[in-house]
Ligand binder design. Structure first.
Ligand code: ADP
Ligand code: MG
Length: 376
């Protein structure tokens, strides 16, 4: 059983808490472009501050590889945002070493955990150093729980470990899809099918609607001409004659300059690029009539304005009375660009890879790791 912070206030009150969050926010020239993940961390943070805790925030930011990346991905960018916006309600101090001098009631933000040797290899030496920053570890980084890293998992060897409210909300909502009530529809789009094969094969869905470039990969594997569309070279035998899989029959296509937009059926792509997948009316009806829907991956290249396919999905979702959830960075960006979006969706998952892995396996590697450590 996962231990959540609200069940153990007496073990947390007045303590120094190391809080792993997911502040891997999009940056533009060092400026925070989207604060969703910061807002999502506030419930846990406020709870800890109300229990009179000092808090050291740990997060990764980007994928730093070179020395130059240290300028680009320092969490000082996040620090500046936190202090300029006042979003956490208190001043935040920066920490880039393990010699912490506590002064009561403070929030500290640690330097990017991936700047430290061993983080992504779950170095226990590093985990012990992170643990030295506090008396208790709280993990609320749902989007990172598919990674067994020092600041996510290894640290639980050295401190009593609890999960925060974001992890609780994600686990509770996504768990509904593990023992689904029929009719359960999964809608998948996006660019790459290879990322999603595990989910497709394991999720207990009645039907899986596939759009995006994924659909073109499958059609190509079936021997269809898909012109200059984006495809992957993979074995698609699972999808052939599989009654569970629903593929769109028509596509929006364009020429090489993304001009001359036309709608054609799958047998008439010619040498065009298919940029949007259009499900038929029957499929929209199916979405309307379902009891549960999970959607990941836009139906088309919505960033370039090819949104019709994704809007057809919204049409189905709008009238669906069941439980409707979405997940994935680009899918969330799409839904955030839609007006009045609350009428289409009941739950927005903040995870990308973590969300898909949770639905595939019913758990995540860092959760399993933490539950197996002696202290927890
Ligand atoms: P998410 O981030 O929600 O998990 P993905 O990253 O899997 O979603 O997929 C999103 C990307 O897929 C978008 O950038 C979109 O432009 C792209 N995409 C969708 N349809 C096509 C297509 N037909 N051709 C090329 N790219 C596509
Ligand atoms: Mg994406």
């Amino acid at each position: 059983m996962l231990k959540y912070i609200d069940q153990y206030p007496n073990e947390i009150r007045n303590k120094r808490v190391v809080l792993r969050v997911d502040y891997n926010v999009p940056l533009d020239n060092g400026k925070v472009k989207d604060n969703t993940r910061i807002i999502e961390s506030k419930q846990t943070l406020d709870y800890l501050l109300n229990l009179n805790c000092d808090v050291v925030l740990l997060t990764h930011l980007g994928r730093p590889k070179t020395e130059e990346d240290k300028q680009k991905y320092t969490t000082r960018h996040v620090l500046n945002y936190l202090n300029e916006s006042g979003i956490l309600g208190r001043k935040v101090e920066f920490l880039d070493n393990f010699d912490i001098q506590y002064e009561g009631g403070k929030i500290y933000l640690f330097e990017n955990v991936r700047f430290f040797e061993g983080e992504t290899k779950n170095s226990l030496e590093l985990a012990k150093k992170f643990a030295s920053l506090g008396d208790v570890f709280v993990n609320d980084a749902f989007g990172s729980l598919h990674r067994v890293h020092s600041s996510v998992a290894g640290i639980s060897n050295f401190l009593p470990t609890f999960f925060g409210f974001l992890v609780k909300k994600e686990v509770e909502n996504l768990s509904k899809f593990l023992n689904p009530t029929s009719l359960f529809i999964v809608i998948l789009g996006g660019a790459k099918i290879s990322d999603k094969l595990g989910l497709i094969k394991n999720i207990k869905a009645d039907k899986i609607i596939i759009g995006g470039a994924m659909a073109l990969t499958i059609y190509k594997g079936m021997g269809k001409n898909v012109g200059k569309s984006l495809v992957e070279d993979i074995d698609v035998s699972y999808f052939i004659n599989n009654p569970k899989i629903i593929l769109p029959k028509s596509f929006v296509v364009v020429d090489e300059n993304y001009q001359n937009e036309r709608v054609v059926d799958i047998d008439n792509i010619g040498d065009s690029i298919a940029v949007d997948a259009l499900v038929d009316d029957e499929t929209v009806q199916l979405i309307k009539n379902s009891n549960m829907v999970f959607w990941n991956g836009p139906m088309g290249i919505f960033e370039k304005g090819f949104r019709k396919g994704s809007e057809l999905i919204l049409k189905g979702l709008e009238e669906c009375k069941g439980f409707r959830a979405i997940g994935g960075g680009d899918t969330v960006r799409f839904i955030n660009s839609v007006e009045n979006n609350k009428k289409y969706i009941d739950f927005i998952s903040t995870g990308g890879g973590a969300t898909l892995e949770f639905l595939e396996k019913g758990t995540l590697d860092a959760i399993d790791y933490i539950l197996s450590t002696v202290k927890n």
